[in-house]
Design a protein. Sequence first.
Length: 207
Amino acid sequence: MRNSAVPRFSAAELRTLGVSILKRLGAPTDYAELVVDVLIEANLVGHDSHGIQYITRYAERIKRGVIDPSTKPEVTRETASTAIVDGHWTFGQVTAKRTMELAIEKARKTSVSAVGAIHCNHIGRLGAYTMMAADKGMVGMLMANVVHPVVQPSAAPPASSEPIQFRSLRQRVRGNHSCWTSPRQPLRKGRWGWRRCEGRRSPWGGL
């Protein structure tokens, strides 16, 4: 049974609040809007584990110096079809968007590209970026990981599922997308917390 005590707000209310919080912590308006939009979109498409709840985590990480709220990602190495983007520890969403934009730009010229990001914070829902490629008529593939802890035999506690996602445009007229995601665990860490907030138990074998 869902917890009726969980407060409910409109997407517009949460966007206004989220942008205000990040700007107050030093983020420029375009960064704050991008981050909040990616988080709220996750809620709206049903991935609450990667949604607006992350605002409080990001705020704490800014205060601890983990996230630099205003620095710019930089392309440090580049060829015609490949590149490395140094995020300089700004918001992961900002780095991920720049990385995918560059990958799309290169693939348009060379048919295929591979662009990686380093010094990159949490990017949120991977589908937000593969969708960018699909909307341009391309196949988007994105892989993400964290340093520690990761999902592996005997890992304690398991947290990152190191997901892989592919997305392609199935019908350009309708705008439908074909998406495949491969996490390494049935229930990711964010979903554990979300289910707990809703008063729901996690399924046996969900780790």
